[in-house]
Design a protein around this ligand. Structure first.
Ligand code: GUN
Ligand code: ZN
Length: 456
């Protein structure tokens, strides 16, 4: 009998200018790691070494070609902490604020996910769009239909992306075709958790839509799910508009606040991510800080629906910092590009009389998102041991960008120009778990499934 053959490690090497956050720039100085000419070595989907090209070249194993990205910037893959993939179909719907927007546009679009072929089509389009925008991880709402989750994770597994998603729970205040019951929502979530949570890079999020679409028994059932499984996430919406808050307080007259509705059901914990949190109180921020819960800042959505201006610097107050990630919140958000989302975050900060500098902005879109999701030991940085999810930005993606970036004298200037002018055109390539899945310079379709997978 012959001895078992050791599988050969999959090795890749990238060369180019590189930037990555090492800590939270809202809380500490000097968190931006930058190399003018870096070499990144990847082994079996993880970063094995990063260093100045000249010093690291000797570590490239014989036979491994170095992919050289010239006039580019290599960043960690971007992280979207709040997005609804089924809403791609009604992004850019005119003229309403949240509650009317939900009934007029959102619910009709989500009803179509009863059709599995539709769910599969939209899931494929979603991955095409986010990978083309440099996003490699997202916390994603599906619809009430279990098949919408199946379609989503199946496509994520093909790309080997690290994704977190869940079936929406809603048992009131929506059309009949979108309602489950507390028991059915619980049972269907259990089955999806058993099938997908921790399978490869996929993770599950218990997803009560928001307090107004869930009865108390349904919120309690969500709390039970969280207790029954390790490492589950919880995603929902919180204090997005003043009308919504008034409605929730009418529906839950015994609760001290909107956040208290979730707290009483056991939904405020270290893997909870609350979308929006615009009209929260200081007490709410303290509760989130104490629980280790996170909020998702969704500036394009908040502007589009006229919901309000998120208080970023209050949320991240060093006295009791709350974890904050960046969310596209498509379809209320107007883009899946987190670069464009950052330019709106800058404007929201400006309207509040504050400034969002580039290191802080890119922290929100990378390591801050990873911290919000408690995945900062594996994604959000370019450092040895981290999963090799990367996005490569083309500094001359458009004539204007090429002209403007030539005059940038510092990495901070360059990042600021990229977040202000950048969009999906700026993304030259996207790497997932050490494989290039999107490359604009490849002949034919820039997107392709990788050949192998990284498991946990
Ligand atoms: N609140 C409840 N559902 C939704 C949704 O789908 N989008 C947004 N922006 N807010 C919500
Ligand atoms: Zn949302």
């Amino acid at each position: 009998m012959s001895a078992p053959v050791e599988p050969t490690p999959r090795r890749r090497a990238l060369r180019g200018r590189m930037a990555s956050l090492t800590g939270n720039p809202f809380l500490a100085e000097g968190c931006l790691d930058h190399l003018e000419d870096a070499l990144i070595l990847i082994e079996d989907g993880r970063i094995a070494a990063v260093g100045p090209y000249a010093e690291t070249l000797g570590q490239v194993p014989a036979g491994v070609a170095v992919e050289h990205y010239e006039n580019a910037l290599i960043l960690p893959g971007l992280i979207d902490t709040h997005v609804h993939y089924p809403q791609l179909q009604m992004i850019a719907s005119y003229g309403e604020q949240l509650l009317t927007w939900l009934t007029k546009y959102t619910f009709p679009a989500e009803l179509e996910f009863a059709d599995q072929a539709h769910a599969e089509r939209v899931a494929k389009l979603f991955f095409r769009e986010i990978l083309g925008a440099g996003t490699t991880t997202a916390l994603v709402y599906c619809t009430v239909h279990p098949g919408s989750v199946e379609a989503f994770f199946a496509e994520s597994e093909r790309f080997n992306t690290r994704m977190i998603a869940g079936k929406v729970l809603m048992d009131r205040n929506a059309p009949a075709g979108l309602l489950d019951t507390a028991q059915r929502g619980y049972d269907e979530s259990q089955a999806l958790i058993a099938r997908w949570h921790g399978r490869g890079r996929q993770l599950y999020a218990v997803t009560p839509r928001f307090a107004a679409s869930c009865t108390p028994p349904q919120l309690d059932a969500a709390g039970v799910l969280l207790k029954e499984h390790d490492g589950l996430f919880l995603q929902t919406h919180l204090c997005e508009t003043t009308d919504e808050i008034a409605w929730v307080m009418d529906l839950f007259p015994d609760r001290a606040s909107y956040l208290d509705v979730y707290a009483q059901a056991g939904l405020v914990g270290p893997r909870s991510v609350f979308g929006h949190a615009i009209h929260v109180t200081e007490e709410d921020f303290c509760t989130c800080h104490a629980a280790g819960a996170a909020v998702a800042h969704c500036p394009t959505s908040n502007g589009f629906l006229g919901s309000g201006l998120f208080r970023l610097y209050d949320a991240l107050d060093p006295k009791r910092p709350v974890r904050v990630g960046l969310g596209s919140d498509v379809g209320a958000g107007t883009t899946l590009s987190l670069l464009k989302t950052l330019s709106d975050a800058y404007k929201v900060a400006a309207l509040r009389g504050t400034k969002l500098d580039a290191p802080r902005a890119f922290w929100l879109a990378t390591l801050g998102g990873a911290e919000a999701l408690r995945l900062d030991d594996r994604i959000g940085r370019i450092a040895p041991g981290y999963e090799a999810d990367l996005c490569v930005l083309d500094l001359a993606a458009t004539p204007l960008l090429g002209f403007r970036t030539q005059t940038c004298r510092s990495i901070e200037d360059l990042l600021f120009v990229l977040m202000t002018l950048g969009d999906h055109r700026t993304v030259r390539a996207t790497w997932v778990a050490g494989e290039c899945v999107y490359d604009t310079r490849r002949a034919g379709d820039p997107l392709r499934y990788p050949r192998s997978t990284l498991t946990d």
